[in-house]
Design a protein around this ligand. Structure first.
Ligand SMILES: C[S@@+](CC[C@H](N)C(=O)[O-])C[C@H]1O[C@@H](n2cnc3c(N)ncnc32)[C@H](O)[C@@H]1O
Length: 235
């Protein structure tokens, strides 16, 4: 319990939650995909457990943005780093996470990195890719950068494609906008949807053990439209 005002203003936990809230927003988790900090902490913990991240692991994220997904790991003392093609978001990551561990890069260009990581992951990124050919290039890069595990998280599920727009429009209208405003805002901004078999085929091609689980987090509006892919190198 705090004993003075000075203790209150110095309280690390409060400040870290304020930072995390900012990172979540900077990384675009709003609208249907909005998260509050407490839910984000529970959600990321649920995914860290599914991946099986241990305290000694070195974790690298492709499309890390401002570092919202990595921040709770960083606070636990885990070695985290990443790349993103947004220099604005990488500037934020460098401010709140270890400065030298983040760089601006396109996900398809990371094959030049020399260091290897225990785990390479990518959360909420693969649906921004232009096509499956590009996505396979990134997949291959993630496999070669990883010593053990690869996790591709929050992937748009092709089986749920029909639900996608109706759910987003519903939320948009709930927030006081019209269907026309939705169509105008998102014109030409499509998401790439994936068949689970596409990942299973790649796992076979690259000799990886694969486990795919539907996203299952109650307070995340996109949960029912997404799945997570967990891969492991066969020894
Ligand atoms: C929804 S944000 C998720 C950020 C972070 N992974 C997280 O969960 O907090 C999607 C991120 O993917 C990045 N991104 C999308 N396509 C990319 C690409 N081709 N190369 C690198 N970064 C990319 C965006 O800049 C953005 O930071």
């Amino acid at each position: 319990m705090s004993t003075s005002w000075k203790d209150i203003w110095n309280e690390k936990d409060r400040i870290n939650k304020v930072i995390l809230d900012f990172l979540i927003k900077a990384d675009g988790f709003d609208g249907v995909g909005a998260f509050d900090v407490e839910d984000w902490i529970k959600y990321t913990k649920y995914l860290y457990n599914l991946i099986g991240i241990s305290s000694k692991d070195k974790v690298f994220e492709v499309g890390c943005g401002s570092g919202a997904f990595l921040f709770p790991l960083y606070l636990k003392g885990i070695d985290v780093s990443g790349i993103d093609y947004s220099n604005q978001l990488i500037d934020i990551a460098k401010k709140f996470l270890p400065e030298n561990s983040f760089s601006v890069d396109d996900a398809a260009d990371i094959s030049k990195l020399e260091k290897k990581y225990d785990i390479t992951l990518s959360h909420g990124v693969f649906f921004y890719f232009k096509n499956l050919e590009y996505a396979e290039k990134v997949f291959k890069n993630m496999v070669s950068l990883s010593k053990h595990k690869i996790a591709i998280l929050d992937v748009c599920d092709l089986d749920k494609f029909d639900k996608y727009h109706s759910k987003r429009i519903e939320k948009f209208i709930e927030e006081g906008f019209s269907r026309e405003e939705y169509e105008k805002k998102y014109k030409g901004l499509n998401h790439l949807f994936y068949d689970k078999n596409w990942f299973l085929d790649l796992a076979r091609k690259y000799n990886l053990k694969a486990n795919i689980v539907d996203q299952n987090f109650q307070n995340y509006g996109n949960s029912e439209l997404r799945f997570n892919v967990f891969l492991e190198k066969n020894c």
